[in-house]
Design a protein around this ligand. Structure first.
Ligand code: HEM
Length: 259
């Protein structure tokens, strides 16, 4: 039995493959702007063409900038909101009970830390337009006719800041997620930092675990201040537009060990 998977390509960059653990090979290609490649993948693991290096490259490119940008935005927001920083430090310190490192098991008892990260991903959606999609057939969406082959960009950033969905949409308020079932794993369409459906991010679980662990351990072990006595309100939050939205000026902090 054979399965055919179509992988869209954009600007010469391989669109990452969702079935990264499967024996699927991606073809190197110089195509640009919506050129499509068809992969042939058989269940017995044979491949008809392609290079496994492209898959590894997809995983690296999909998983590095995105995670580091999220941590940088989270820390920036915490610096700008010292009362939220205090609250999250209190939570992690109580759960850690003097241990040298916070582990994944500890994180399960840290709802506020999780809310801080969710709010960071809402306000600073790392891939604001997700990844380009393409209609595989003629389709009607909300009264619009899309022809087969139309490239579709999903504005995850705008959805996450839509004032008709979110109260105080432009403000950093982790509390909004404390008594809410809204998650960012693709089932709640008001929050889609990892996309949704078959082409949603396959690294979501890994990314969330890493982000939670890194942020928890950073705020557990250190107090942070801006260099040269700069005030939190002065922190420049300008975004540098790109596939991954980072801070224009990288965040510089002075850490001081808490104990
Ligand atoms: C905060 C971290 C991350 C964010 C915000 C993020 C976000 C996204 C988004 C929005 C997409 C496109 C989904 C769509 O268009 O529906 C995507 C795809 C993808 N991501 Fe992530 N990602 C992150 C981390 C990771 C990590 C850690 C990995 C791998 C270890 C990874 C691997 C991939 C791959 C391979 C795809 C392509 C899936 C496909 O095209 O079928 N991502 N990611």
């Amino acid at each position: 039995m054979k399965v055919e998977i179509e992988i869209p390509k954009c600007c010469g960059v391989e669109a990452p493959v969702m079935v990264i653990m499967a024996p699927v090979m991606v073809v190197d290609d110089t195509g640009c702007g919506g050129v499509r490649q068809t992969l042939r993948w058989s269940f017995d693991g044979t491949r008809s063409f392609g290079s496994g290096r492209a898959i590894v490259s997809d995983v690296f490119s999909g998983g590095t900038d995105t995670t580091s940008a999220s941590i940088e935005w989270a820390l920036s927001e915490l610096i700008r909101h010292p009362h939220i920083m205090k609250k999250v430090q209190k939570e992690v310190t109580e759960i850690a009970k003097g241990k040298s490192m916070i582990t994944e098991d500890d994180i399960q008892d840290m709802p506020y830390l999780k809310a801080v990260l969710k709010e960071t991903m809402r306000l600073h959606t790392p891939l604001p337009l997700l990844v380009p999609h393409e209609a595989m057939d003629d389709v009607e969406v909300m009264g619009y006719d899309l022809k087969k082959g139309t490239q579709v960009m999903i504005n995850g950033w705008a959805i996450a800041r839509d004032p008709t969905i979110w109260e105080d949409a432009d403000m950093f308020k982790p509390e909004r997620f404390l008594n809410s079932c809204v998650d960012f794993k693709g089932f709640h369409y008001e929050l889609l930092p990892f996309g949704s459906g078959r082409r949603g991010c396959p690294g979501v679980q890994f990314a969330v675990s890493i982000n939670e662990l890194v942020l928890a351990n950073l705020v557990y072990k250190y107090d942070f201040a801006l260099p040269n006595g700069a005030r939190a309100e002065e922190l420049d939050m300008t975004e540098l537009v790109g596939l991954v939205v980072r801070k224009k000026d990288p965040l510089l902090l002075v850490p001081a060990a808490r104990f």
